[in-house]
Ligand binder design. Structure first.
Ligand code: GAL
Length: 899
């Protein structure tokens, strides 16, 4: 067996881990995460191909190859589209539309694909890999990649090469390459022969290597990726940024994503589970096998609770067959969103037998639950109303870039959960498959989304160029991969596509895509997000769920736009859509688009509840910071307070997905000289902005929490009016400045914060006492800091796995000698590590910081900095992390790496 072979036991979160509290023991969750389908028994081997690659990137396509001339490269390029298109055939229903591979090989051969090509000077890399995240950032104007795409060098052509191991034992097997995501225009050669590819960077895809392999010899895999400039509205990343597997199976095996498990007639007493298993025989001769599927409780760790009828089938050479079977499960433990319900998982284990020998074993995690989409009540899960308290999340992981890392994604979900978030919209593309494993197990609801544009471009070189050829395969591949995840509650076929407003032609495309979704998964409703479609247009009629972006709370519907009267202003639209679609569930797939920079407060503060940011109101285009009084927004946006008002007036709405949960790379509205967004209520480094607490107060009304802003260290504001706001679920609050009451307030209807806008700054202490129903609820205080004296260091986890992937996220806080946070500290901090770990990246959440992420020196921003440390594979021991800065007492933390 190959040394890359994984044979980890299939284990799941124990319930005690899941339900311990909002902040579950993260180490345990991480340790229990199963690599997807990673086992090597019973005829199926799933071998990680993540290590040992050689990589080289050029900024232009100097290799004379292009996917298509639509990419507008030099005319000498050979266009390889007709060799790539056949890779889509599995996902094209009508045989007449499938693609015939041209005879022979392409005219142009390139040295990079040859075995004897010398790649010794190329960089050694492991996957998941994002070639751009190391930087450096492009600063200023006229650069190849500007603020929109994150100012990082994503553009150009990247080549990856490595050997693949196959032995004589693999004779007669089918051998596949499974790539979970490669950005973008992937083309794959094996032993100098073009195998195929997949242009869309967000899909997982499979290529059959079998015909091109030489058993017992060296086999050279070469993968070429190509990222055009002007191809994305945000940071796409570049490279093979998700896992890659070599899958070896008997010629008769369960197909790629070959199972589909659903449930019906669900109650707490019983449920019918239906399983569809697709089997294929890639050999030449006919084969008779038996198919058996068992169900196990507790995600697979629990007892066997049933088995489907064992079925005997004969498949002719080259044939595919589906087996449908049903099973009644007594007293099912239902899957539901945390914390209202419990995310119970089951595991279906399918085995194929030939002459009583197991020739394939395929595992399908699934959940049993019902979804009801109610136009007046919202979403019901297992008959119980669950308000969608969701956020939008992009695919990047901040300083780690697009390169997927389970622990980093899990941390994002943990911080979101602390706010009371129970739902994620995968804006705007298929996520890493492991992220859906996490949402299943942690109990988040998911809106899974596939496209940000269709035929109409948002950028000249975005994926509208390939939509005509690839819409069906992209969509079917997306659905087949993801449809067993119980966390997914709806499919989104598009975000703010231009076709929303093109009348019947746009609605026809929506209908075509919707029909495909129906074929692949009739169990969930379909939607597409609308920021511009109106209730009387054909587009919303082609959808099940009405998903509004910003229209729910109204667009440009604030006093600042009172003079605007040109159709760009929309009053709140919940009611209008509800009237036009009285049977459809309505939600907001994007709300707010509020902007802020953590720890930055600008004066004066608007006395309204929502205002577009500009240089005279909430913004500073010189520093490129936006005030964190959390009242300022993108010009089309609304503060959370304004969003909440419209939601409470329209209680039939199912809830919202805030734009956005975490900050992300690129799209730095309103300051395009910056690198990362201002929309998140959590910054890029994972530090909470004040807005986090505004959502927490609403989403966790039982949490005894009060949060004061701003900070209280203003040496230049003595005697000046400095408004103080408090976020809490309490209904009364009294603020004290140095012990003197500033008044006790009652929360009035349609207000979601306490504000004392006339407070005059004096150094000392701010203190708030809040009350609910007359009883003390929660308190908070903020103290004026003295000069910076020390660095306080805190890892998120003190024990991590020595597996080469696990991470510790370590926060460093600049404090005075008494331990008070120094809120505006921008001290340059230098990090060092000893022991079996390494620094992967540093950050501070400052959207304007163009210091490359791998830098070991990072300025604190608003008093905080982050260092991300990874344990080395296979070496246990203590990792000592130190943070030092001139004139300050250093901080030191110890993290245990354990095998
Ligand atoms: C929406 C869009 C998102 C993001 C957001 C904030 O219109 O769907 O992708 O761009 O605005 O600008």
């Amino acid at each position: 067996m190959s040394s890359h072979c994984l044979s980890w036991a299939y284990s799941w979160l124990t319930l005690s881990t899941l339900f311990c509290s909002v902040n579950c023991a993260p180490a345990e969750i991480y340790a229990n995460l199963k690599p997807r389908q990673a086992f090597a028994t019973h005829g199926r081997e799933q071998i990680s191909l993540n290590s040992g690659w050689r990589f080289h990137r050029t900024e232009t396509n100097s290799d004379q190859i292009a996917y298509d001339d639509i990419l507008n490269y030099s005319i000498n390029n050979e266009v390889l589209k007709s060799w790539i298109l056949p890779s889509a055939n599995e996902f094209i229903k009508d045989a007449a539309n499938r693609h015939q591979r041209p005879a022979g090989n392409p005219r142009t051969t390139v040295p990079q694909t040859r075995k004897n090509f010398d790649d010794n000077t190329w960089q050694e890399v492991n996957l998941p890999h994002d070639w751009a995240i190391q930087g450096p950032f492009y600063a200023g104007y006229g650069v190849p990649i500007g603020g929109g795409m994150g100012r990082l060098p994503v553009q150009g052509v990247g080549w990856y090469r490595r050997q693949v191991e196959v032995t004589q034992n693999d004779k007669g097997k089918s051998i596949y390459l499974d790539i979970d995501g490669a950005m973008s225009y992937a083309m794959v050669w094996l032993n100098d022969k073009l195998v195929g590819g997949w242009p869309y960077g967000y899909n997982s895809f499979r290529l059959d290597l079998t015909p091109y392999l030489s058993l017992g010899k060296e086999n050279l895999l070469a993968i070429r990726l190509d990222n055009p400039t002007n191809s994305s509205r945000w940071y796409p990343g570049g490279g093979i940024y998700r896992n890659v597997w070599l899958t070896k199976v008997d010629q008769t095996h369960v197909s790629q994503w070959g199972t589909y498990v659903t449930s019906k007639e669900v109650s707490s007493h019983s449920a019918i589970v239906d399983a569809v298993v697709q089997i294929e025989n890639t050999g030449n001769s006919s084969r008779t096998i038996e198919v058996a599927t068992d169900i196990h409780a507790d995600g697979g760790t629990g007892e066997k609770i049933g088995e489907f009828t064992r079925t005997k089938i004969t498949l002719a050479g080259g044939e595919k067959k589906q087996i449908n079977s049903s099973l009644k499960v007594a007293n099912p433990r239902l899957w539901g969103p945390f914390p209202q319900q419990q995310p119970n998982m089951y595991l279906a284990v399918t085995r194929l037998y030939s002459e009583n020998k197991t020739i394939d074993k395929f595992e399908t995690p699934f959940g049993i639950r019902t979804l009801t989409y109610d136009a007046n009540k919202g979403l019901l899960v297992n008959g119980e109303h669950v308000r969608i308290q969701g956020v939008n999340q992009h695919h990047d992981l901040g300083a780690l870039g697009a390169a997927f890392n389970v622990r980093a994604a899990q941390r994002q979900l943990e911080v979101l959960r602390e706010a009371g978030c129970n739902a994620i919209r995968m804006s705007h593309n298929p996520p890493a498959p492991e992220l859906l494993d996490l949402t299943d197990r942690m109990g988040f609801l998911v809106m899974d989304e596939v496209f940000d544009m269709w035929e109409l471009q948002k950028n000249p070189y975005d994926m509208h160029l390939t939509f005509a050829d690839w819409k069906e395969p992209i969509l079917r591949a997306f659905l087949r991969r993801d449809r067993n995840h119980p966390s997914i509650i709806a499919w989104s076929i598009g975000n703010e596509v231009g076709e929303q407003t093109t009348g019947t032609s746009g609605a026809e495309i929506a209908q075509t895509l919707r029909n495909i979704v129906r074929e692949e998964d009739p169990t969930r409703q379909i939607t597409a997000s609308m920021n511009a479609a109106e209730p009387n247009m054909p587009f919303p009629g082609a959808l099940d769920v009405v998903s509004l972006n910003y229209q729910g709370e109204g667009i440009r519907d604030t006093p600042a736009y009172s003079q605007l009267n040109n159709g760009r202003k929309t009053p709140p639209q919940y009611g209008a859509f509800h009237d036009a679609f009285p049977d459809n569930m309505i939600l907001s797939s994007e709300t707010a688009a509020s902007l802020s920079t953590r720890g930055t407060y600008l004066f004066p503060v608007t006395d309204g509840i929502s205002a577009p940011v500009n240089d005279t109101s909430g913004g500073n285009s010189t520093t490129m910071y936006v005030s964190a009084y959390e009242l300022y927004t993108a010009d089309f946006g609304s503060s959370p307070d304004k969003v909440f008002v419209t939601q409470d007036k329209n209680p039939f709405g199912a809830g919202e997905f805030v734009w956005s949960g975490w900050d992300y790379l690129g799209e730095p509205t309103p300051y395009y000289s910056a690198r990362s967004s201002y929309f998140g209520f959590i910054d890029l480094a994972g530090f909470k902005k004040d807005r986090f607490f505004l959502y927490q107060a609403r989403w966790r009304p039982d949490l005894k929490m009060a949060h004061i802003l701003p900070h209280w260290t203003w040496p230049n504001r003595i005697g000046e009016v400095t408004p103080v706001h408090v976020f809490t679920a309490a209904d009364e609050a009294e603020l004290f400045v140095n012990g003197k009451s500033q008044g006790r307030q009652k929360k009035v209807e349609s207000s979601y914060r306490f504000r004392w806008d006339d407070v005059v700054y004096q150094p000392g202490e701010l203190h708030v006492v809040t009350y609910k129903n007359g009883d003390v609820w929660a308190k908070d205080n903020v103290t004026t800091a003295e000069t910076a004296a020390q660095l306080k260091i805190k890892p998120d986890r003190a024990i991590i796995k020595a597996d080469g992937n696990d991470l510790s996220f370590i926060t460093v806080k600049v404090t005075d000698s008494k331990g008070n946070a120094v809120p505006e500290a921008d001290t340059a901090i230098t990090f060092a590590v000893s022991g079996p770990g390494e620094i992967v990246a540093t950050d501070n959440g400052d959207p304007t910081d163009l210091e490359a992420f791998p830098s070991k020196t990072r300025k604190a921003f608003s008093g905080l900095a982050l260092v991300i440390v990874r344990a080395k594979a296979g070496v246990s021991g203590s990792i000592i992390v130190t943070a030092s800065a001139k004139g300050l007492q250093s901080g030191k933390a110890t993290i245990e790496a354990s095998e």
